[in-house]
Structure formats: structure tokens, C-alpha cells
Design a protein around this ligand. Structure first.
Ligand code: PLP
Length: 401
């Protein structure tokens, strides 16, 4: 029976073109090593090491007790949607209409819905490098073509000029992620505005992935594309998430804010795939936005402490070059200065690090930046220090070879 199924099964053309997630692979490797009893330092995950704040958990418990365990409207409960609207109005001074907002199962589903609802085969989608691994894969799944924009010359910060140069008559969509995973770089608001002017001039749609919105370090400031004037937001979808800001990765809750025609199309995708995000998670998310924000400030202060230590320590490693990450919780050093002998690529460096030093980081090649590695500091300072000690040992060994 199984043999016959295997013979007749062949994966669809669109899915066959997709790559497995390199960040998930790093996570899996750490799990396997830990199961084998190895003392692994895992600097792979893009996941806060904090627990979800207590008042948010309590809201979910209350929702359960109150029997909020049924389907909700596809777009999400009115309670959550008004919380999202209120949050943007309070923080960014823009009032969105209910028809422009929808709740999703994580920021990832917001991005999935937005892409699938917009692009056709043959369309080109601009994705600046380095990119979050999921962007090009969804584009490929939707049958469109990712077109990558090199940004190394501008320190991994996208400019309007670079966007202009990449536009062709087939360009349909631009995906921006600031603060960026993996580089931590932040596009200055003035430049962001110029990018949106170029996109608007050419009738190109934009997704602004703002999943790390609240995690920025001075002098960078919290900023959302929601603050742009209306005429620059006519073709803009904001993808947001509760995962990072409130340490809620497992709850699977996020949102999209877009012009109503776009959200209506996204709702169709959601209606026929996941229906609605979990009712209980929606109540928790509403509390996250409406409730006290000191939990966010506390997490940011801790990330900030780790970041400061980490950047200084990485800059002392021979062969490493480190750009200042202005946001998120990653460092993205250029390790090409360490590549020699059999260790010719960042993938080989990462592999060596796992095998010899039992330390997991993520290969930059998966983010479109060969020669770089991503180090997550969403882990305790003690583990971070141990991990960096191990990384340094390997780098010194390679430098001496
Ligand atoms: C840049 C970026 N966007 C979106 C997401 C999606 O997060 P979630 O689906 O958990 O909201 C992530 C998660 O790692 C991310 O790094």
C-alpha cells in the first residue's frame, strides 16, 4: 500500500521549487544534539527566550473560562481588531478602518495571504538581500519570480535608488523588512519614505514586515510605515506580529493592515485555509496591545544589554567584521576573513562550529548572504558568552592554520 502511494505521489511543481527553511534546520540540529546528551549552545533561534507576560496569559485563561472557544469571524474578533486599530492610533497617529485590518495566525500568515492574494505567474517581486528566508519561498509558491536587490554596498540598508534600478515592467511587489531579520539593520524613516515614493510612482505594491517593530536600539527609533501620508500607503500592506514583541511565538498570532481591496482578497485566502486565528490567542493578543507595556521595555532592556556585550566581543574575533545591528535580536557578522582551507563557505564554518564546538548559529547563505552568519541573542547572556567563547576559539584556530 505504502509503496504504491510513494510511486504515484509527486510533489506539485510550485512546492517542488520551494527550499526547506534553513533556520528550522538549524533548530532541528540543536534538538538532535541535545537529545544525544551534548551540551549545545544554541544561538540559532529567532525566538525570545522570555515567557509570555503573565497578564497576557491571564487574558487567555479568562477567554477559555468565558467559553470563547468557537470560530471567530475570519478577520478576527472585533475586540482584537479594535485593539490593533487603537494601538496604531496611539503610537503612530494613524486611524485605520476595520475593513483594513485582519488578524492572522502569525505575521507569517499575514505575509503569505498578502503575497498569494496579489501576485500572478510572471510577476516579479523585489526582495532586498539579506532577506528573511520565507519571503522568496512564498513568492515561488505563488508562481511569481523573486528578484533580489543587493544591498551590501550600503551596509545592508535598502535605498530608493537601489529599488529604482531593480524595477522592470513586470515588477508587482516589493517586500521590506525593517528592522531586518537577519541583519538587524533599520531603514531610516526618510529613506523609507523615498522608497515608498518610488514604489508609488511605479504603481508597485509593498509589504512592510514590521515584526520587530518595537525592538530598536538608540539612536534608531520605533517607526512604522503607518505614519506615512495616505497617498504613500495606497498600495501598502503592514504585516505585524505578537510573536517577538510579547514573547508569544507559540500562540501564532499576528495581523495585516492594508487597503480594503487587498484585505478582502486576503480574507478569501484565509477563509479557505485556516478560517481564523485561534480564538484564545486573539483575546491574549488584544490584552497584549491594550495592557501595560512595561514588559516590552523590560525585554528590550535585556536585549540591549546582551547586544552591547555581543557586538564588542564579536569585533574582537579575528576575521570577523560586524555591522551595527540597530534592531531585532541578531548580529550578522561577515566571517569571510575566517574562511580558509577546507572551510571555504559560511555553511562549512557553521558545520565546523556545530561539530567541533557544539554551537549552533545560522548560515547567512540561507538569507542570501554567503559569507555571513546569524547569531541570535535571544538567549541568556551566560549562554551567549559561552557560545562566543567557542566561536572565537574556532576562528582563532582557522586564523592560525
Ligand atoms: C522577519 C520576520 N517576519 C515574520 C516572522 C513571522 O513571525 P510569526 O509568524 O511568528 O509572527 C518572523 C519570524 O521569525 C520574522 O523573522
Amino acid at each position: 500500500m505504502t509503496a504504491r502511494v510513494q510511486e504515484s505521489f509527486h510533489v506539485s511543481a510550485n512546492v517542488a521549487k520551494m527550499q526547506a527553511s534553513s533556520t528550522m534546520m538549524a533548530m532541528q540540529k540543536a534538538v538532535e544534539m541535545r537529545a544525544a546528551g551534548i551540551d549545545v549552545v544554541d544561538l540559532g533561534p529567532g525566538e525570545p527566550d522570555f515567557d509570555t507576560p503573565e497578564h497576557i496569559k491571564q487574558a487567555a485563561i479568562e477567554a477559555l473560562r468565558a467559553g470563547e472557544t468557537k470560530y471567530t469571524p475570519t478577520a478576527g474578533t472585533r475586540r482584537l481588531l479594535t485593539s490593533i486599530i487603537g494601538y496604531y492610533e496611539r503610537n503612530f497617529g494613524t486611524r485605520f478602518d476595520l475593513s483594513e485590518v485582519m488578524a492572522t495566525a502569525g505575521g507569517k500568515q499575514a505575509i503569505f495571504n498578502a503575497i498569494v492574494a496579489l501576485v500572478d505567474p510572471g510577476d516579479e517581486v523585489l526582495i532586498p538581500k539579506p532577506y528573511w528566508v520565507t519571503f522568496p519561498e512564498i513568492v515561488v509558491f505563488a508562481g511569481a519570480k523573486p528578484v533580489f536587490i543587493e544591498t551590501e554596498e550600503t551596509g545592508f540598508t535598502l535605498t530608493a535608488e537601489q529599488v529604482k534600478r531593480a524595477i522592470t515592467p513586470r515588477t508587482r511587489l516589493l517586500i521590506i523588512n525593517s528592522p531586518s531579520n537577519p541583519s538587524g539593520r533599520v531603514i531610516p524613516p526618510d529613506e523609507f519614505r523615498r522608497i515608498m515614493e518610488v514604489a508609488t510612482e511605479h504603481g508597485i505594491y509593498t509589504i512592510s514586515d514590521e515584526c520587530y517593530l518595537q525592538f530598536v536600539y538608540p539612536p534608531a527609533k520605533v517607526w512604522s510605515a503607518a505614519t506615512l501620508p495616505r497617498e504613500l500607503r495606497d498600495r501598502l500592506c503592514i504585516a505585524g506580529s505578537f510573536s517577538k514583541t510579547y514573547a508569544m511565538t507559540g500562540w501564532r498570532i499576528g495581523y495585516a493592515i492594508a487597503p480594503r481591496e487587498w484585505t478582502s482578497a486576503m480574507l478569501k485566502v484565509q477563509q479557505h485555509s485556516t478560517s481564523n486565528p485561534t480564538s484564545i490567542a486573539q483575546r491574549a493578543a488584544a490584552e497584549a496591545f491594550d495592557g501595560p507595556q512595561d514588559c516590552v521595555a523590560a525585554m528590550l532592556a535585556e536585549y540591549s544589554r546582551r547586544r552591547e556585550w555581543l557586538i564588542g566581543a564579536l569585533r574582537e574575533i579575528p576575521g570577523f567584521r560586524v555591522l551595527e545591528p540597530e534592531g531585532a535580536f541578531y548580529a550578522f557578522p561577515d566571517v569571510r576573513g575566517c574562511l580558509r582551507g577546507e572551510v571555504k563557505t559560511s555553511a562549512a564554518f557553521v558545520q565546523r562550529l556545530i561539530e567541533e564546538a557544539h554551537t549552533v548559529v545560522t548560515d547567512g547563505a540561507g538569507f542570501g548572504a554567503e559569507g555571513y552568519i546569524r547569531i541570535s541573542y535571544a538567549t541568556s547572556l551566560e549562554r551567549l558568552q559561552e557560545g562566543v567563547r567557542r566561536i572565537r576559539k574556532l576562528a582563532e584556530k582557522l586564523a592560525a592554520a
